[in-house]
Design a protein. Structure first.
Ligand code: CAA
Length: 379
């Protein structure tokens, strides 16, 4: 996919305009205050940006992951925390579209796609991060309900989301003992603990979730018992495309900021971009971004065309997030002392970039996924 269709170009323009109009004026303050504004997320939804990939029947735009990635990149150029909000709130939609039943879809998808409801995904636990199948939260059948007990960690939108997809153990140890549940925010026994104080992505709340005899109706189980790990892994395959797109957006924003600076900043009577030391840094940034964008769009295109995309999505996530870390670091360097101050966005983008290498599977886990795929081809 080497050029955008007129419709895709129009979507990009619309997303760019909405992101600037709704998010630009508060992004600095919200980073400093570690503040998430649900109403702003709702305005992205009102503009049609929260259900790009969800079928029209369920309230979305019925477009593909290529369009979803394009929109997320535009939001991330302005406010990466809200790009992540759209990505994470998209996970329950992707899960329900693939694994849910019509009653569950009818209850949750229109609101999520409209941005009237905020979604979240609860897999990780204090002792279970990369080794996701070792999770210990339990779900025990009790009449028409399950009782959920355990602690979930690093929950994006914890305490502000309206619905959580929670992975809990209904069977024995390992991946086959895990089931997935829709847990509404008003569930008895559900509460929230510590909100993390983070280096970056500070407008995106990351909160501990506590389940103490939380009562979840059997009708809220997604798919059969024991299918929860596949639900989670499959959602993360898709989610990794959106994290790659977020990383691309923030990398592009950092490069553009550094580039504009390098054109106007003069030293020794010369614009600093004309010194090879700076010009070559910007050229290398552009190459890295272009490479990562091609991989991200390829992963999205494969998914849209119902072709195997898991290893390419892992490659895209790995490449785009490493690109974001290196591009934002170099953008600070190009801008020197100015880049290091909060007057310019590049220091914030550099802090935001770091977590991209960690969330939705560390970049080491992406290498595990890629290497296992390669091994299968050679066995
Ligand atoms: N799609 C569907 N099903 C899959 C799958 C996939 N991509 N990958 C695995 N499965 C299923 C299969 O049924 C498999 O069984 P078979 O071998 O019989 O086919 C079963 O799961 C077990 O798979 P593995 O043996 O590969 O499982 P593993 O325990 O070795 O784990 C792993 C592999 C890749 C390391 C995985 O644990 C993983 O991805 N870990 C990282 C977790 C992660 O990304 N966490 C992020 C949480 S969310 C977040 O960051 C932020 C947020 O707010 C959203």
């Amino acid at each position: 996919m080497f050029s955008l269709s007129p419709d895709q170009q129009a979507l990009v323009q619309a997303a760019r305009a909405t992101a600037h109009a709704e998010l630009a004026s508060t992004v600095k303050e919200d980073d400093e205050r570690e503040h998430f504004r649900k109403d702003l997320f709702g305005r992205l939804g009102a503009a049609g940006l929260c259900g790009i990939q969800t079928a029209e029947e369920w309230g979305g735009l019925g477009l593909g992951y290529v369009e979803y990635a394009l929109v997320i990149e535009e939001i991330a150029k302005v406010a990466p925390s809200y790009a992540v909000a759209v990505a994470v709130s998209g996970l329950p939609q992707v899960i329900l579209a693939q694994f849910g039943n019509d009653a569950q879809r009818a209850t949750w998808m229109p609101g999520l796609a409209a941005g009237e409801l905020l979604g979240a995904f609860a897999l990780s636990e204090p002792g279970s991060g990369s080794d996701a199948s070792s999770l210990r939260t339990t779900a025990v059948l009790d009449g028409d309900n399950y009782r959920l007990n355990g602690t979930k960690f690093w929950i994006t939108h914890g305490g502000v989301a309206d619905v959580y997809v929670v992975m809990a153990r209904t069977g024995g140890p390992g991946p086959k003992g895990i089931s997935a549940f829709l847990v509404s925010s008003d569930t008895p026994g559900l509460s929230f603990g510590k909100k993390e104080e983070k280096m970056g992505l500070r407008a995106s709340p990351t909160v501990e979730m506590v389940l103490e005899d939380a009562i979840v109706p059997v009708s809220n189980r997604i798919g059969p018992e024991g299918n929860g790990f596949s639900v989670a892994m499959s959602a993360l395959d898709s989610g990794r495309i959106t994290i790659a797109a977020t990383a691309l957006g923030l990398a592009q924003a950092a490069m553009d900021c550094a580039g504009r600076y390098a054109v106007t900043r003069k030293q020794f009577d010369t614009a600093i971009i004309d010194f090879q030391g700076v010009g070559f840094m910007l050229a290398d940034m552009a190459v890295r971004i272009e490479q990562a964008r091609l991989l991200t769009h390829k992963a999205a295109w494969l998914k849209d065309n119902k072709l195997a995309f898991s290893p390419i999505a892992a490659m895209a996530k790995l490449a785009a997030t490493d690109c974001a870390m290196s591009v934002t670091t170099d953008a600070v360097q190009v801008m020197g002392g100015y880049g290091y101050t909060r007057e310019y966005p590049v220091e914030r983008l550099m802090r935001d970039a770091k977590v991209m290498q960690i969330v939705e599977g560390t970049n080491q886990v992406q290498r595990v996924v890629i290497a296992r795929h390669l091994k299968r081809g050679w066995e």
